[in-house]
Design a protein around this ligand. Structure first.
Ligand code: NAD
Ligand code: ZN
Length: 375
């Protein structure tokens, strides 16, 4: 039986992966420092499978991490600080946890006598920056990040959309394949790109198969509803639960790719079990663009409340307009297929959220961004 180590395994995706692996008879160890922003109760969440061996440890603690690595066969490296906006002003924290923590792991793999046979790293769609778009006249291009002024209120739809650099016409989003040039536009996105690149490099150097999974917007139960820095679905739910309108930047028609956490777990296990995944990078998404306004509307409808989303028509620095996944590679090589539709997934999420604690800290998080002129 294979022994699997999950760094950051007490978090949202990691906790589901624990269940998925244990169902398949793997032995799972979680190494997690229970970061108070994610775990305000500062204890192992009740949802963590009781067959998991838990080590409270920080990936920045070399010796503790080394002990955990030495007793396992494969690693999922999920430990990370995960707020995009927050990373723009907590720079040293994000670099420290995400880059130095990963450097520790790789240093251990390069120097210790271990028996790790595979390393799977959680990378992110955020490293793409703007997704590719198509101009009807001039073809497909990868746009630069928009340079829009913060603070201005602009209702015109065309203002927000990406224009063709050649003819100036409004372009339309197309799926981002793994070959898309990366254009990380936040400290978080840069750290995720560095995680992916350093893991891949050290894996190839020492013959340890590495798989990088670029997760898109993962949603599902156990997402922290009280952490205002991550996960638009969770932030909207906690607003709605507290009878506040979800706050939407721009005109709400920007799109993302929402992927059900159970589908992500299946992608993780396919990556673990298939040799075809070795040294490859895969998008893990649903492969469909969904607007942020649509998400807000579905969640409000499911909650049965009479709330109208608040559209700010303002730009949040660093936000991309469109990005959704081309999932042909993971389908072709690993046989992955998303199984849960968005409405079914969101309805399961809303059902779960009725019991979950949801403190709405959105206003204070927004104020932090405003204080730093990021919105
Ligand atoms: N959720 C998404 O939509 C999404 C999208 C793209 C990529 N990812 C990546 O997937 C991984 C898991 O994300 P998640 O949504 O489950 O986040 P999460 O915040 O729920 O989980 C992260 C876990 O890492 C732990 N952690 C943080 N700092 C640590 C440290 N220094 N040492 C040890 N543990 C530490 C936290 O306590 C937490 O339990 C992350 O690497 C994230 O960047 C997530
Ligand atoms: Zn054009």
């Amino acid at each position: 039986m294979k022994k699997i180590l999950i760094t950051g395994g007490a978090g949202f995706i990691g906790s589901h992966l624990c269940d998925g692996l244990i169902t398949k008879d793997y032995k799972v160890t979680v190494f997690d420092n229970l970061d108070p922003q994610v775990h305000p109760e500062r204890k192992m969440p009740d949802c963590i499978n009781n067959k998991v061996k838990f080590i409270k440890g920080d990936v920045r603690d070399y010796d503790a991490l080394k002990d955990a690595v030495l007793t396992n066969d494969c690693i999922f490296h999920f430990a990370a600080a995960v707020g995009v906006g927050q990373s723009q002003y907590k720079i040293s924290k994000y670099v420290d946890i995400n880059i130095n923590g990963t450097a520790n792991l790789l240093d251990i793999l390069a120097n210790a006598r271990h028996k790790i046979k595979k390393l799977i790293v959680a990378a992110s769609m955020s490293s793409y920056g703007e997704g590719p778009v198509r101009c009807d006249k001039c073809g497909i291009f990868k746009p630069e990040l928009r340079r829009l002024k913060e603070g201005r209120v602009l209702r015109r739809h065309s203002y927000w959309e990406i224009k063709c650099p050649r003819c100036g016409k409004i372009s339309f989003p197309v799926p981002a394949g793994e070959e898309t040039v990366l254009d990380a536009n936040s400290i978080y996105a840069i750290t995720k790109k560095v995680q992916e690149e350093t893991c891949m490099l050290i894996g190839k150097t020492y013959g340890i198969p590495v798989v990088s999974l670029r997760f898109f917007n993962v949603y599902g139960p156990r997402q922290s509803l009280s952490n205002p820095y991550t996960g638009v679905t969770a932030i909207f739910i906690s607003r709605i639960k507290n009878n506040n309108p979800p706050v939407i930047f721009e005109d709400g028609l920007q799109t993302r790719d929402f992927v059900w956490v159970g589908d992500v777990v299946r992608a993780c296990i396919l990556a673990l079990e298939s040799e075809k995944a070795d040294y490859e990078i895969f998008n893990v998404g649903a492969g469909k663009p969904v607007s942020i306004l649509e998400i807000a509307r579905i969640l409000i409808k499911l909650s049965g409340k009479n709330i109208i989303p608040s559209i700010t028509y303002k730009f949040r620095k660093g936000d991309v307009r469109h990005c959704f996944a081309d999932i042909r590679k993971i389908k072709r090589l690993l046989g992955f297929k998303p199984e849960i539709s968005l409405t079914d997934g969101l309805s399961k999420l809303v059902d779960w959220s009725t019991e979950a604690d949801a403190r709405d800290h959105f206003d204070s998080a927004l104020k932090e961004l405003q204080d730093k002129s990021l919105v």
